[in-house]
Design a protein around this ligand. Structure first.
Ligand SMILES: [Zn+2]
Length: 231
C-alpha cells in the first residue's frame, strides 16, 4: 500500500471520527431536561395556583353570603315580630334590610361568576395535566432512543480509533506529521487525482508530479499543496 493510500484511508477514518464525535455532542446536548417539558410544568403550576386562588375567593363569598343571610333573617324577625312600634325605627330597620338584600344579590352574582370561572380553570388544569403527561411520555421515549444511539455511536468511535491506530502504525512519522499539520487547517488534505487533475484545486498536474505519485512517492500538488492520491 502506498503512503498516499494509507493517508487517504486515514483521512476517511478521521472524517468519520469527526462526524461521529459531532453526532455524540448533539446527542449529549439533547439528553437531559427539555425546555418544553419545563415550560409545561410551570404552566400547570401557574394554572393550579390560579385555581386555588379562585376557590379560596369562592369560599370567602360563600361565607359572606351565609353571614348576610343570617343578618337579614335576624333583622326581618325583629321587623315582623311587631315589637317595634316607633315608625322611624321601623323605617330605619326596613332600610337596613333592603341594603343587606341588595348586597346579598350582588354577592350571589359574584358567586355565580366565580363558579363558572372555577369550572373553566378546572378544565384547563385537566387539559394541561394530560398535555404534560403526553410530553413526559414522549420525552422518556426520546431519552431512551438517545441513550441507545449514544451507546451505539460510542462503540463505533472505539472501533474507528482502533482502526486508526492500526493504520497509523504503518505510516512514517514524517508523512504523518505532514498530514496532521495540514489537517489542522483543512478537512480534506489528501485528494484523488482524476484524469490527471488534482481534485482539490481542479488543476491539471504536471507530468513529472503525476509520474512521481504514480511511482508511489508522497507528492503534494504544486498549486494547492494537498497530498495526491492516485487511487
Ligand atoms: Zn491541487
Amino acid at each position: 500500500m502506498t503512503v498516499a493510500k494509507r493517508l487517504y484511508e486515514l483521512q476517511q477514518i478521521d472524517l468519520d471520527i469527526q462526524a461521529k464525535q459531532e453526532a455524540l455532542d448533539e446527542i449529549s446536548h439533547q439528553l437531559g431536561e427539555s425546555a418544553s417539558l419545563n415550560e409545561a410544568r410551570l404552566q400547570l403550576i401557574a394554572t393550579e395556583e390560579h385555581l386555588a386562588a379562585l376557590t379560596k375567593q369562592q369560599r370567602e363569598v360563600e361565607w359572606e353570603l351565609d353571614d348576610l343571610g343570617n343578618n337579614i333573617g335576624q333583622l326581618s324577625e325583629k321587623l315582623y315580630a311587631g315589637k317595634i312600634k316607633n315608625p322611624k325605627e321601623l323605617l330605619g330597620l326596613e332600610h337596613e334590610v333592603g341594603t343587606l338584600r341588595s348586597m346579598l344579590k350582588q354577592r350571589e352574582d359574584k358567586l355565580l361568576d366565580l363558579m363558572s370561572e372555577v369550572e373553566v380553570v378546572q378544565r384547563k388544569v385537566v387539559h394541561e395535566k394530560e398535555h404534560l403527561q403526553k410530553l413526559e411520555l414522549e420525552w422518556q421515549q426520546e431519552q431512551k432512543i438517545l441513550a441507545q444511539r449514544q451507546a451505539e455511536v460510542s462503540g463505533q468511535l472505539v472501533g474507528l480509533r482502533q482502526g486508526r491506530q492500526a493504520l497509523v502504525s504503518g505510516i512514517t512519522p514524517e508523512a504523518l506529521g505532514l498530514y496532521e499539520g495540514m489537517r489542522s487547517r483543512k478537512a480534506q488534505v489528501v485528494v484523488r487525482v482524476e484524469q490527471g487533475m488534482c481534485q482539490g484545486c481542479r488543476l491539471t498536474l504536471p507530468m513529472s508530479e503525476w509520474q512521481r505519485a504514480k511511482a508511489g512517492n508522497l507528492v503534494q500538488c504544486s498549486s494547492c499543496g494537498r497530498i495526491l492520491y492516485l487511487g
